[in-house]
Design a protein around this ligand. Structure first.
Ligand code: GLU
Length: 483
């Protein structure tokens, strides 16, 4: 028998930014499809109109585009299973709900909002009490005729168990009695997620349903729907939780309180799409080999469902920084310049600087672009010096030697006409030999005087060149005044 082509889908609800968890769902769905030559489908689940967020759909496209995930079918490139936006499929859901009403697997519920609310207020609330489950056909007819608002509910069997085997979590069994007669179609005529996902996954030929583990315990009721329709069930791949680390070391579900958690927030902070997607791949999966850097294409070749774990993954910003710094190191100087330039410009108050030169000093010294501000802020302001900074064993610098070097270097630097890296270096080298000290004994105090720091991107001559003659002399003079 010919093997069925794998078809997975990413089915986001456009309710806001694309969270890291959503991105992982999209990535794993994509990898599962692509690693077996299958198709990856995008479906927009916008049936909860109250949560719809303007611009969210564009963010989904933009994110997938930036990380290189290409959908084989979706709203923009429909295949033969469209429409791919749920709000455009309302008739499809209505017809399917009608089939369930006819077969008795669903029923009209006319309970008012107030009644449902009062049930919920009960301390022992265990779901809808099934009051409308057995209304007489004549009463239903009358209520429909009188246009009493209604929802359509699933008639879940009251006895027995429903089981399925999840590809990650293994066997899951739920006692039917504990499953609520869930709403399939709401009073506004829109289907619930619980109904629409089943209808769409079937009609779109989805073979593997890949989604967060929050849907694991709802899956039996979806399977009951598949059974009511007499449809073949898909394979389920539920993904482990993603946790964030709290300040006290404890962990809980990843949320905004842990920092940036959406793809856009992370890229705004200067994380690279390739590094983000590489790290996200590791949130719940690991390869056979002991290797960490994978492009999306590499991931397609090594990914397998068997290596998805069920224990929660912890989102670790240090690890993401590590990935990002590795990607920065691999970048060409030109690409680095183009990406860092906006951050450099934003960090500096003056636009007179040589941005390319500054940028070249930063490569290899940052793990993400948002660190640039902190690294070059000293260029904006000549800081207050702490005397201790001038004392440095390694360069054999003390307070006295530093004072001498600063004074002498003022005289020398003042006279240099062409204030280039080379001429400055040659002159300072000569000063060192005239003073009979090592070059570092000259460079150290000047660097401290220029920056007020013990560590800077670039050395003394780089800073002299960047700051230029006037500003360099002003800073050195200020430092001398402090002794
Ligand atoms: N629309 C659902 C969500 O965004 C998708 C869940 C699923 O993949 O079935 O959470």
């Amino acid at each position: 028998m010919q093997k069925k082509q794998v078809r997975t889908r990413y089915a986001p609800s456009p309710t806001g930014n694309m969270h890291i968890g959503n991105l992982r769902t999209a990535l794993y769905g994509y990898l599962i499809a692509k690693s077996s030559g299958g198709k990856f489908i995008l479906r927009i689940e916008d049936t909860d109109q109250s949560r719809f967020c303007e611009g969210a759909v564009d963010l989904i496209y933009d994110t997938l585009d930036k990380v290189g995930i290409v959908c084989d079918e979706g709203p923009k490139n429909p295949g033969k299973f469209g429409p791919y936006v749920q709000s455009e499929r309302l008739d499809i859901y209505r017809n399917h709900a009608k089939k369930l009403l006819d077969s008795g697997d669903a029923y009209y519920c006319f309970c008012t909002e107030e009644r449902l609310q009062s049930l919920k207020n009960d301390d022992e609330f265990a779901g809808y009490d099934r009051r409308c489950r057995n209304l007489s056909p004549s009463l239903i007819k009358k209520k429909l005729h009188d246009r009493v608002p209604y929802v359509i509910r699933q008639r879940v069997p009251l006895e027995g168990y429903t089981s399925f085997v999840d590809s990650v979590y293994g066997s899951v069994t739920i006692c039917n009695k504990e499953i609520e007669d869930q709403i399939l179609v709401k009073a506004d005529g829109y289907p619930t997620y619980n109904f629409a996902n089943v209808v769409d996954d079937h009609l779109m030929g989805i073979t593997h349903v890949v989604r967060g583990c929050e849907y694991l315990t709802s899956t039996p009721k979806y399977n009951l729907l598949y059974e009511s329709f007499n449809w073949e069930k898909p394979l389920y791949v539920h993904l482990p939780l993603i946790l964030g680390k709290n300040k006290d070391g404890s962990t809980e579900k990843l949320s905004k309180r842990h920092g940036a958690v959406s793809f856009k927030d992370l890229t705004d902070l200067g994380y690279l799409p390739g590094a983000i997607i590489n790290y996200v791949a590791f949130l719940g999966w690991c390869p056979v080999e002991n290797r960490e850097i994978f492009s999306l294409e590499d991931l397609v070749t090594v990914f397998s469902v068997e290596r998805i774990g069920k224990s929660p993954a912890v989102f670790d910003y240090d690890k993401l920084n590590w990935f990002n710094s590795e990607y920065i190191k691999l970048m060409s100087d030109d690409v680095f310049y183009n990406l860092s330039e906006p951050f450099v410009k934003k960090a500096l108050k003056s636009s007179d600087y040589n941005f390319r030169k500054i940028s070249s000093l930063l490569k290899g010294r940052i793990s993400n672009f948002s660190e640039i501000k902190e690294k070059i802020d000293f260029l904006n302001e000549c800081c207050d010096y702490s005397k201790e900074l001038f004392i440095n064993k390694k360069s054999k610098s003390g307070l006295e030697s530093s004072q001498i070097v600063l004074k002498k270097s003022m005289d020398i630097l003042e006279k240099i006409e062409n204030f280039s890296h080379e001429s400055v270096f040659d002159n300072l080298k000569k000063l060192a030999s005239d003073l009979g000290v090592k070059i570092n004994t000259v460079m150290w105090p000047i660097r401290v005087a220029l920056s007020g720091l013990s560590a800077t991107p670039g050395g003394c001559t780089d800073l002299l060149e960047i700051l230029g003659k006037d500003e360099s002399l002003r800073r050195i003079k200020k430092a001398i005044g402090m002794f």
